[in-house]
Structure formats: structure tokens, C-alpha cells
Design a protein around this ligand. Sequence first.
Ligand code: SF4
Length: 700
Amino acid sequence: MENTHQTTCCYCGVGCGIVVKTEASGQLSVQGDPQHPSNRGLLCSKGMNLHYTVMDQSDRLLYPQMRYGRSAPLERVSWDAALERTAAVFKTFIQKYGPDSVAFYVSGQCLTEEYYLVNKLIKGFIGSNNIDTNSRLCMSSAVVGYKLSLGEDSVPVCYNDMEEADVFYVQGANPAWCHPILWRRIEAHKAANPQVKIICVDPRVTDTARSADLHLPLRPGTDIVLNHAIGRLLIEQEKTDTHFILDHTDGFEAYRKSVFQRSIAEAAELCGVPEASIRQAAEWIGFSKGFLSLWTMGLNQSVVGVNKNLSLINLHLITGRIGTPGNGPFSLTGQPNAMGGREVGGLANALPAHREVTNARHRQEVEEFWQSPVKIAEKPGLTATELIEALADDRLKAIWIINTNPMVSMPDLNAAEKALTNARFVVVQDISSRADTLAFADVVLPAAGWLEKEGTMTNAERRITYLPQIQIAPGEALPDVEIIWRFARKMGFERAFPYEKAEEVYREYTQLTAGTNVDVTGVTYDLLRQKRSIQWPYPANADDSTQRLFTNHRFYTANQRAQIHTVPDGNASEPTDEAFPLVLTTGRIRDQWHTMTKTGRVAKLNQHLSQPFLQMHPADAEARQIRDGQLVEIRGRRGTVRVKVQLTTDVRPGLCFLPMHWGKIGTGSLGRANNLTSTLIDPKSKEPDFKFSAVQVQAY
Ligand code: SF4
């Protein structure tokens, strides 16, 4: 007998609806859900092959395991034994060294309920803010950019704006590969409306750049110079919205003075792009009716990531292109539930419903709601890279890593490896035995995967969808939310963690949102099952989703005016020099997801690009007597990588590109991109500078 279920893709932030068919034999098939507004029946290569990752259970973690020394083998134990020992170790450290001696490191793959519960446990009951997420590595600069300019971490636009816009400004993003279903939508819109213009800003010639009307292959690190030049041209050509600026913003005069400090010719020289291209981009934006900007890691993963975000959002604020159809800044979320995690406060500085740990009123509201036995700490906890540093110098004794694989995804992996080796106690909660981080675990907890647990996620356009449990997890694997509530009870917090279903956790979270800008008190599992998905805010009396924010041009700042921030246009990445003269940038390829624990197992996906590679400009290769296809060694200040080289003019001279996905402990430096990346972080967002590392390349 065949059963059909509706759920959501667990890979990227597009959040495509999927119809899963299950057969009594255990066979699964997937297809795009034509009823889901995010994808209208389409799926990309990763989504189309999701059933293989579920049906192949050869790598699944099936039961809890523990070891009593790093050189000892992991042994199978019961759930009670694993959680009781973990609770005993956590309690000992907390008693001896204080609550900040323990931490959780979670993931944009976690469901909202899981994020919420870990956050409640550590902030409201253990008394530390040491919880951060791998979303810190991808979205935190956009979060701070939104907060500073619009008052809160709130994406103002929706996917329907794609059909309303006539100019797309894509900066530091390759949606053709990384958000393919959204890109198909833009391509279809352009095919039907040939006057639509796509501007792509990227130092590489990506598939997005290839389909753009205008490509600005700027020098890495010069995005702010470019955005300021466009801002200056919009002002000079009187394409700004004076009424909007006067009535709804602060900071325009200082911004105007700042962007007039550089001529367009000077900006073109700094960016390494023709002056005519900058003028063309400004003209199209100035004359557009719908101006939508899209960006991802090229802006966010930068030591000046927040400034880059602000310089782009400013283009919308000076033109008043926000809050109306087809207009607005749109940060494309990398992971499926990075936004849901932010809503429930799953960052070291946040509390549920976009509250802040540094705000006394917010702390009090949450403490009272949770009936916390401890005061919520007012100091933000350690962020992703700070957690690693604190493990290295023994400030942090224990870390619990949930559904993420930092031993491939963190910057400066050689240092991260030493830090995890140095950690006194490591818990790894995951679905796969392929996770590299398991090598460092004292306790391994098997988690239920996609289709095996229920909960909610929020995609890039604030759309909440419900994911039903469709099948039983293998072995003794448990839903993550249940692992957390079982552990909380072992810690002695039975009364505050009495849950039996994920739905109870979600209901509790929604009550905490009442009266906030992210109010979802009207959202229930029943409603989500009925409507399929809902865009927040959706208060108790709502009868429809909120497509766009700020339609009344009242922003979430204290004075309800958007803030135009004047930012310096310089970069602060590590400098290149004679020893390390090339810039290395990292990124995704089309058919792989993050650290490949899932997609790396699917033969069809490996057919696209099966091996790591370094893209290098032929002129740089010739100067080093490197031939196409040769094995090369990339050396940086923190480590080395060996990989085959691909000579191409798709990268600028002086720039190299290495995919981020590969990396195995024990295989030396083969392909592990993050051996080379820098631990420099943006001072405001604490997001690492993955896109700019100084390296040298030589034949191996
Ligand atoms: Fe999944 Fe993203 Fe592909 Fe949609 S675009 S199918 S959400 S990976």
C-alpha cells in the first residue's frame, strides 16, 4: 500500500515543499509539491534525490555510545546511561567552574522546537548564554545589518516579489547553484519579461553571472566601495526618494557626504571594474519600478560583513525601495531553518521572539515565562569561533554539538582540531557516522533524521512549514527535541520540561511571541497542517499570512524610522604579501550540501563534481609553471591543502576558488578548504571571514 505525505526539503533556506510517497516495502519516492508556494512543484537536484539519503541507512548512528578516555573505543550504552553520565559531568563542571564552563553548539538544520528547547535549558535553567549555531557562520552579518537599519532581524520581502521586480541586484551570491528553485523563478520571470535586468556582483563568473545582463567581477573585499558609488550616482541623478528619506529615515546627510568622498572613477579603479558598468548598474536601479537585491555569503562571511550589508540596505533606504511589491533587500538564507532558530533566540546574544540577552526587560519577561530558577545572564555567550577558542584555552570544559559537523565547517580547522582534542568532554548528537566531529566525542547520541520526527521550520521568506513524522527512526535513534527534554529531566528540571510531544514545545514558544514583531500566537500545528505554510507575523486574530513587512514604512527601531548607517568602505581581511600573494575564496558547488554527510552518499549527486578542485586564473598558473589538472599545494598562514587545479578565466587574476565541502580528519590536507581560512571575524556579527584568505599555490 502506498501513502502520500507533504513535508519540506531539509537542505537550503528556499524551503521547498515535497510530496513523499512511502510503500510498504520501505521504498520511498519524492517529488515537488505543486501546492507549496515556495517551489510550486519544482525541486533541485539535491531535493530530487533526498529519498536516497533516507533509504540508505548504512551510516546511521543506531544507539548511544560512550567512552571513558579518548584512546578507548566507543561502547554501546543505554539512553539512561548516556544521559545520566552527561548530566553528571555537566553538573560537576557547573558546580566547580560555573555555568559558563558548558556550552551547546547547534545547527540551522535543527527544527524550531529543538532550537527553542536547548535555548530554554541553557539560558533559563543552567544560567549560561553559551549556545550558538552554525548559522553564525552564514547569516549573522545579515541579522545585524537588519537590526541596525530596520530595528529587528526581519526579512522584509517575500518570494512573490520576484515576479514584481524589474531589476535584480545579486551581490556575493550564486543562487543559480545555491538557491536554484528561486533562480528558476527569476529566470522564468525574465523570459516572460525581457526588459527585466539582472546585475551580478561577484569576483567569479558563476552560472548566476553568466545569465546576468551585467556582471561586475569586482576585486574581493570592495563591495562597499561599489555600493557607495551606486549610492552616489543615484543621488547625483536625483533617483532618490526625498519624501521617504525625510519622513522615514535618519542619517541621510552623513551618508551623502560619505559617498561623495570618492569619485566614480576612483571607485571603479578600486573595484577593478569598468566605470561604465557601475554607471549602468546605477541607471537600471534608478529607473526600475521594482528593485530587489539578493545576497548571501559574499557579503555575510566577511570581517566587514555588517558594513557590507548596511551599504546594500542603504541603497533601498535612499530610494525608498522597501515595503512595496518588488522592492526590498533580501538575504537568502543558507540553511533550512536558520531563520526559525533566530526566532526562538538560538544565538549567544538572543532570547525568544527577537529579544536580546542584554536587555533587562527582555530577560525578565523570559525568566518569568519560563519560571527560571536562575537569572538569565546579561552578557552574551560565546559565539561559534569563540567556543572553539574557549575549548582551546580550557575556559570551556564541555561542549554538546547537535546536527552540525564543525570539524569540516569551522575556519582554521587545524586549530579547531586541537581545541576539540583539548576539550574535557564532548557530546555529539547526529544522525550519521560520517560526521568527522565524532572522532572527538566522549558521548555519541543517535538522532532521528528527516521524515523521522515532527516539527516546524521557517524559510527565507518568513514562511513556517510543518514537517510531519512519516517513518520511525532506525535503532534507538530519538528525535532531537526528545533527547533534550530527557536530558533536562536528568539535570533535575522535570517540572519545566514535562513535554511528551513536539507540539507542546511549539505551543509554549508561540505564547512567548505574544505582542512582539514576530508574533505567531495564531499558528498551531493544526493550522499548519490545514494551510500547509504561514508567513510570520501571524497573531491570534490573523486570518492570513504577512507577505511583506514595513508596508506602512514604520520600522522596528525606537523612533520607527529606518537608519541609514554611514560605514567605512575599507576591508580588514588578512593582507596578502610576497609569501601569500593570492586571495582564496571558498563556496558551495551545485550538487553538494555542506560537509557532504548526506549528499556525498548519493551517486547521482557525485556525478556533477566528484572531487575537490582549485580554480585558478591561467596567468597566475603560468607564473608558477602550473598545468591544468596538476596536483597543487595551497599554502596559507594556518595550513595547507593539496588538490587538483582547474585553470579558468572564471576567476579574476589573483583570486583562487576552493569548494567548502570536502574534508576528512586523517586524510592530511586533501581538499579540506578550512585548513586555510581565517579566524578573523566581523566585530559586530562575529561571523568569520571565509571569503578572503591569503595563500600561495605551487605545483606539488
Ligand atoms: Fe531543497 Fe533548496 Fe533544492 Fe528547494 S532549492 S529542493 S529547498 S535544496
